[in-house]
Design a protein around this ligand. Structure first.
Ligand code: FES
Length: 115
């Protein structure tokens, strides 16, 4: 079971346990179930209101796992990632810490979510 530590300067850090492998439990869904106030609007990867920074808890390296096409489009539009990084992701799974909470699925690794 993975732990997700939600962190925001305005709130006390909150650690929740997530069951990995459901393929449906997004970070946003887990946050909402635990009353963590991550901003969101569309819940469909289109509005960019749920941008979070996701890193592995121990190493602070970006969480593994590819970005969805919606994440690529929105994060490019926000300037959180570059076209060169998107192209590098296609070749070698280059990770970025920037994710859309409504799109990224919890994996079996302890992560830090900054919102
Ligand atoms: S809630 Fe709109 S992109 Fe995530």
């Amino acid at each position: 079971m993975a732990t997700i530590t939600f962190s925001n300067p305005a709130y006390k850090d909150k650690i929740v346990y997530a069951t990995a492998g459901s393929h449906t439990d997004t970070i946003l869904r887990i946050a909402r179930e635990n009353k963590i106030p991550i901003n969101f609007d569309c819940n469909n990867g289109e509005c960019a209101s749920c941008v979070v920074k996701v890193t592995r808890f121990e190493s602070k390296t970006p969480m593994a796992g590819p970005l969805t096409e919606k994440e690529k489009t929105v994060l490019l539009g926000l300037g959180k990632i570059t076209q060169a990084e998107v192209e590098q992701m296609a070749v070698d799974d280059f990770p970025t810490p920037w994710r859309l909470a409504c799109q990224v699925i919890a994996r079996d690794e302890d992560i830090l979510v900054e919102y």
